[in-house]
Design a protein around this ligand. Structure first.
Ligand code: HEM
Length: 518
């Protein structure tokens, strides 16, 4: 039962300023810390100075704690009253609502700004996605990132029921008949900008391992089945995965070869009757691999690289790899030993695996750009809040020019990334698959390189702004520490940064007109 809060004057609170009778005010709320002080992680002595005991400690509190501390039940119950005639105004964000911090949201969805891309349908969709993420996803994300367990199946089920798993595959027939976020838009309305909005909202809890744990194996591993699978396989597996019943991973990279797909060593040889493949080899860094039921596997065959769908079963072993993010992502090392697979599981023509794999890359890299650009923005928001509430040398941190210069750089990079991303998204919206492959592989490669380089600059600057807190896993800088530790993932997964930059330039050189001379 919640206790009755008292209405108190500041004068009344001031009388409780002794070790055995100790109250403080934080944001118009009165807390009795008499007993708590001996359990306080920051020590008891911090409560005793005369400007804290019985006084308003709001500024001191927010210089040292995140707002969420006061929301935890064990601390919330320390509140005994509220100051007469005052209201508490600080909140750590209202679930489902846009942040009011400048640059915390893409300009296109920020109130007062205009956009050539976002319509009322996108904005409505964004609000529904934000609510889902804040209320359902974020609590699970934080808990699983902490304990390293895979995302809770109940949450995956809710993602499936709301069409989220299906929407991460982009617009298309697979959305038909689904209720998207409780019917907030119709399946035929869903376009690339809805997809962009969704991809960015899903990142907001800033739990990088968990984010990859939410079926991102399927986001990259299912399209080859949608586009190249035989109808009977496609129908069964796509439905099982998008309804959250089964999990699937893309299994291309190996200890022997990553970005260089032609160097893969996993082999598939046909049985003498030609009815099965026998697969042998290993795969490494396979997202969701520890818990996936299906694997979309790149194999060497007589006719060259071939992509084959493999079901978990005899001869398939997966074990967890420890990476710098949490094991919620299920990153695995996989061994295939004489795994027998029906020939019908071949995806696309034999020997055409490079095309099957490459045709997927644009969408995968674009989706990673969506997340990368959003994560940069989240760090800008954290830094803006921190420099505003933290004092150093008697002044707020933002009064230091060097801090403002860092923020200027961070904000510019974040805005540049988002605007370039939105332009590419607009191109995707108006191009068919073939045009995208021809015209967008280079720009998407360059964009991803730009985002991951900028993200690493932002991570480094954010650590400087947060100081020791930026390298501490709990407390004020916990998101900065997490970001700085996990930001290299984007620079590696889906094509290493340098390889992608090079791809963009090589494509430009290839497209140079013969008559272009200085
Ligand atoms: C109801 C009031 C308060 C509660 C519930 C509370 C709770 C906590 C908690 C949970 C931590 C661990 C770090 C974290 O999770 O952020 C902490 C750390 C700390 N607290 Fe408090 N606190 C309160 C008020 C204060 C006040 C008024 C001061 C200073 C005047 C203070 C000074 C500190 C310090 C110095 C630390 C260590 C910070 C660090 O390691 O960076 N606390 N407090």
């Amino acid at each position: 039962m919640s206790k009755e809060l008292r209405t108190l004057t500041r004068e009344e609170v001031a009388l409780h300023n002794k070790e055995d009778d100790l109250w403080i005010i934080v944001d118009a709320k009165v807390y009795d810390v008499t007993k708590f002080k001996n359990l306080h992680p920051g020590g008891a002595s911090v409560f005793l100075p005369e400007d804290i005991a019985g006084q308003d400690a709001t500024e001191a509190f927010y210089g040292l704690h995140r707002h969420e501390v006061l929301l935890k039940p064990q601390y919330k119950r320390l509140q005994i009253g509220i100051i007469q005639g005052e209201k508490s105004v600080i909140h750590g964000g209202i679930p489902g609502e846009l942040s009011q911090v400048p640059y915390a949201e893409p300009l296109g969805i920020t109130e007062g700004y205009h956009s050539p891309y976002y319509t009322e349908s996108h904005r409505r969709f964004q609000r529904a996605a934000r609510k889902f993420v804040d209320e359902i996803l974020a609590p699970d994300a934080m808990a699983r990132e902490e304990d390293g367990k895979r995302p809770s199946l109940s949450v995956i089920q809710q993602m499936a029921d709301n069409g989220i798993l299906a929407m991460t595959m982009g617009p298309g027939k697979h959305l038909k008949g689904r209720s998207l976020l409780g019917g907030v838009i119709k399946p035929e309305e869903f376009d690339r900008f809805h997809e962009l909005v969704l991809a960015q909202e899903l990142c907001r809890p800033n739990c990088r391992g968990y984010r990859d744990g939410q079926n991102s194996g399927a986001t990259i591993g299912l399209p080859p089945i949608i586009h190249f699978g035989r109808p009977e396989i496609r129908e069964r597996i796509v439905e099982e995965v998008l309804s959250g019943k089964k999990f699937l991973s893309l299994a291309i990279s190996e200890a022997f070869a990553g970005s260089d797909v032609s160097g893969l060593r996993t082999t598939a040889t046909k049985t003498p009757d030609g009815k099965h493949w026998i697969i042998n080899g290993t795969k490494k860094w396979i997202t969701n691999g520890t818990f996936s039921d299906y694997f979309t596997v790149g194999c060497k065959t007589d006719k060259g690289l071939t992509v084959i769908l493999v079901e978990r079963g005899e001869g398939v072993e997966t074990k967890a790899i420890k990476t710098s993010y949490s094991s919620a992502a299920g990153t695995a090392y996989i061994t295939f030993e004489n795994v027998k697979v029906p020939i019908e599981n071949t995806l696309g023509p034999e020997g055409n695996g490079v095309f099957v794999i490459l045709s997927n890359f644009n969408h995968e890299r674009w989706a990673m750009c969506c997340g990368g650009a959003r994560n940069m923005r989240f760090i800008v928001e954290e830094c803006l809040k921190w420099v505003n509430q933290r004092k150093a040398f008697g002044k707020p941190l933002h009064s230091q020019a060097v801090i403002r210069a860092k923020l200027a750089d961070m904000i510019s990079k974040t805005e540049a990334a988002q605007h370039w991303l939105e332009n590419i998204t607009y191109q995707m919206q108006h191009m068919d698959y073939k045009q995208q492959a021809q015209l967008l592989a280079g720009p998407i490669g360059l964009l991803k390189m730009y985002i991951t380089r900028s993200a690493q600059d932002i991570a480094r600057d954010a650590v400087q702004i947060f100081g020791g807190r930026g390298i501490t896993k709990t407390g004020m800088g916990k998101h900065i520490e997490h970001y700085h530790r996990t930001v290299p993932f984007d620079a590696i997964l889906g094509g290493a940064e340098d390889v992608l930059g090079d791809l963009g330039v090589r494509q430009a050189i290839k497209a140079m007109p013969k008559n272009a001379k200085l």
